[in-house]
Write a protein that binds this ligand. Sequence first.
Ligand code: MN
Length: 290
Amino acid sequence: MVEVLDAREASVGSMLVQRALPRRRRRTVGAWCFVDQFGPATVDVDGGIDIGPHPHTGLQTVTYLTDGQVLHRDSLGSEQVIRPGQLNLMTAGNGVVHAEEPTGHYRGLLHGVQLWVAQPDATRAGAAAFEHHAELPQLELPAALVTVLVGEVAGTLSPARRDTDHVGAEVLLRAGTTVLPLEPSQEHALVVLDGVLVLDDRLAVPGQTVYLGIGRDEVVLATAEPTTRVLLLGGTPFEEPLLMWWNFVGRSREEVAEAQRQWAADDRSRFGAVATGLARVPAPAPPWTR
Ligand code: MN
């Protein structure tokens, strides 16, 4: 029994994105609480992603590209170009600010995902951090190449920081059938990035997500195109109460409203600043305070 969910269109800066999570019928998969797919789009040297400085709390941002380049800057002083097959992982903890920009030299195709992972109570009030992984571990299956971004797939473990037991991996499917091993204590979903995914006689195309539920020790995948690329997401269902609003993940309206006030007041003791030419993104007042 699988469930195919459509993404909804949203804009981030000047970029149109396909938002796979959260959806009304499915808010989270494990601790994964937000999934945006951007592109494929052709960008110029100053085009593509242009998201000015904005804050986060209580989450990790996970950035992964299949095509193109993006420049990440944050209030920790990080300045990192990301390329296909690499991982940018920023942990917000109590507060961080970042910007996502064109590199100033790359032109061509841009395609990728930016996801959020909800941090557990154990770390969500902690320090901010940033990691770049230029190389990620891969696993060859008979008709698939799996790149493990976070967590573990069939014994292949990513070095990326992980505060809950979630998994994220890119699966590149070639002609044939792939039996992808899964951890049955986790729920899983597959976000289609390219091609056409075939699963239980169902088809899923880019912009669609196949929710697989919990308790599976494998899933059988095939492709209706020469190659198909999907993102595997999974984890133990996240049981802590989540309040997501704007760029904040918290536990209560009070907590989120406090973060909004501090950002609006440019309180640098909490959020710091980013060295960039892009304009700071203003936070609207939360609807329950208006
Ligand atoms: Mn962000």
